[in-house]
Design a protein around this ligand. Structure first.
Ligand code: SF4
Length: 297
């Protein structure tokens, strides 16, 4: 806990990286300690400040076009995982892959693969509740040869054929309550089409507990402070979920990605400030933000 005059600035003890991101970053750091050069396919973590820190150690973030052109190099596969085509390119181009796909994502990829086989055989559909182009969803789509249907909101359920079998999955960082709502909507539409959801709808609970379990904790933390500073990268999916959870119980919650976005007017007449963040927010950044608040006049 940091005291600024009579004001308290408290860092959420449960905030910081999830184990999947932590392991990915440790692998990158370990390699960079010895070799000082490592390619990473896509941003290792959805946090600009952490990426900048790793770039200074020698990490080079590349996109798919640059990856396709690379030969005889070492490339890190991040926690979000990759489609099979990425591994085929590595074989073709003699790339050495350091695969830090999170074990939870790996298991989900395998489930999606087998569900796709089953749905193909039974004229069914694999659905992924997630964001198109999110790296994890790209990896999951690759397990189905791009056959799966992506839905990101209730308005998109019209893409589904409610008379055929459905196996539904979620991107791991989606909101559990929204996922349940999507399941309910699909169930109702199946019934409206004359079918039985028990027969036609199979749901895999694939929201990661590292995200869903943090929601009650972050709500308690947000309730116990007058003002919350929520720190996350702008493109972090779980950042959006956790920020929404915090601001639902404490409207005086501000989203920042770096100390430069802090506004000292927020802290006038405030006695307790809580600092928290996403599962992709490094602890050092939370401490940095808390330290800067302390120094603000
Ligand atoms: S949020 Fe869960 S699934 Fe995603 S990287 Fe972290 S531990 Fe793995």
């Amino acid at each position: 806990m940091i005291f600024r005059n009579e004001m308290q600035v408290v860092i959420d003890p449960d905030a910081g990286f999830c184990f999947g991101v932590e392991a990915s970053i440790s692998l990158a750091e370990e390699h960079l300690r010895h070799v000082k050069k490592l390619y990473c396919l896509g941003e290792l973590v959805h946090n600009e400040e952490e990426i900048d820190r790793l770039k200074k150690l020698g990490l080079m973030v590349i996109d798919y076009t640059q990856y396709e052109a690379l030969h005889n190099e070492t490339v890190l596969i991040r926690a979000h995982g990759e489609p099979p085509s990425t591994f085929e390119t590595a074989r073709k181009n003699n790339l050495n892959l350091i695969n830090s796909t999170c074990p939870i994502v790996k298991k989900l990829q395998s489930r999606v693969f087998y569900a796709d086989e089953e749905m193909l055989a039974r004229d069914g559909q694999v659905l992924i509740y997630g964001k198109e182009q999110h790296p994890e969803v790209v990896g999951l789509m690759g397990q189905t040869n791009e056959r799966a249907i992506i839905i990101n909101s209730p308005s998109e359920v019209n893409k589904i054929d409610f008379t055929r079998k459905i196996h539904l999955f979620s991107q791991t960082t989606k909101d559990e309550a929204e996922y349940r709502m999507i399941q309910q909507i699909i169930g109702e539409r199946i019934m409206a089409s004359g079918g039985d959801p028990e027969q036609l709808l199979n749901v895999t609970r694939s929201v990661c507990k590292q995200v869903s379990n943090r929601i009650p904790g972050i709500k308690d933390f947000a309730k116990s402070h007058e003002l919350i500073i929520f720190v996350a990268g702008k493109s972090s999916s779980n950042g959006k979920v956790l920020f929404n959870a915090a601001s639902s119980v404490n409207p005086n919650t501000h989203f920042v990605s770096s100390v430069a976005e802090l506004n000292k007017n927020w802290f006038k007449d405030i006695d307790t400030i809580g600092v928290t963040g996403a599962t992709s927010t490094p602890s050092w950044l939370l401490k940095h933000v808390a330290g800067m608040i302390q120094q603000m006049d």
